[in-house]
Ligand binder design. Structure first.
Ligand SMILES: [Zn+2]
Length: 295
């Protein structure tokens, strides 16, 4: 069984109020289906899980993502919620326990262990060289020796643009041919079929939340909905289990431009879904994946 994690930044479970919650305002057939799925059964589960991690204040991406990707409570380690970049106190946890490292210790050959699906443009590589400042996900790659994909991988349909289609890269002047959400989903599934664990990170949801923009939220969520529709309709549930989750709330409450303390959704689709029934917080996800891989 392989695992595909689609990590969607800044999505909590909010009130069913279309005045503040884009998920309640817009027609999103696949997202609605997933977020209103039966709690158990049909090879899928839905949980509303904790992202506050026993720490006061508003959750942040640096500690939230590090927790989500290590299975260690990095907010507790840092003594506070911190972000968007990793807190220095969590560097060892990320280096030793990030999921790419854990999967690598348990899989036969490095080529099939893990993939980080996002493609980065040249300025990213220049910037990290100059400033040595990594996001949580790229730091995990660096620490585990997982290759960070570039625009050549994207052109070969062997990676995904951060916005799914690549339109933003094209608009920014990069030589990129945008693809449909369906083509991006197919590319991601091909990667997931070849690797024990594949991660795709999508952050435009968090950005739309900070901008408190319903127009932006609609564009982002409709695109994400098409992408997820294709992923779920073509996923072979006995080969790949899809895990969809977030690091903290934000977009579900546009009355505030900050993050929220709402729970985040955990949707799991595929044969390993029942293993996730006991997950209560974002700290439980990596240990559950590792147990399922062991089994
Ligand atoms: Zn944010």
């Amino acid at each position: 069984m392989n695992f595909l994690m689609v990590f969607v930044d800044g999505v909590g479970v909010g009130q069913d109020d279309p005045d503040i919650n884009p998920f309640a305002r817009f027609d999103l057939p696949t997202i609605d289906l997933l977020l209103k799925a039966p709690r158990d059964g049909d090879g899928r589960i839905l949980r509303h899980i904790d992202a506050n991690l026993g720490v006061k204040g508003l959750p942040q991406s640096g500690t939230g993502q590090a927790t989500l990707l290590t299975g260690k409570n990095c907010a507790e380690i840092a003594g506070r919620h911190f972000g968007p970049f990793p807190h220095t106190a969590t560097r060892d946890a990320i280096a030793d326990h990030n999921i790419f490292r854990q999967v690598e210790r348990r899989c036969e050959s490095q080529a099939i262990c893990s993939a980080f699906a996002n493609a980065y443009p040249p300025p990213f590589f220049e910037r990290v060289k100059r400033r040595n400042r990594w996001t949580v996900t790229t730091r995990c790659c660096l620490d585990a020796g997982v290759r960070i994909r570039n625009l050549e991988d994207l052109a070969a349909s062997d990676a995904l643009a951060a916005d799914i289609t690549g339109e933003r890269l094209e608009r920014a002047g990069f030589s990129v041919t945008p693809v449909s959400e369906e083509a991006a989903a197919a590319a991601l599934l091909r990667l997931a079929t070849k690797h024990r664990y594949t991660l795709f990170e999508y952050f435009l949801t968090d950005k739309a939340g900070h901008n408190q923009s319903f127009d932006e939220a609609r564009l982002v969520l409709e695109s994400l909905d098409r992408f997820l529709a294709k992923l779920i309709s073509t996923l072979e549930p006995d080969e790949v289990t899809l895990i969809l989750t977030s690091d903290h709330g934000n977009l579900e409450d546009l009355s505030t431009k900050s993050h929220t303390r709402n729970p985040v959704p955990l949707v799991v689709v595929g044969e390993a879904a029942p293993s996730f029934a006991a997950v209560e917080s974002i700290v439980d996800i990596v240990p559950t994946i590792m147990d399922a891989l062991k089994g």
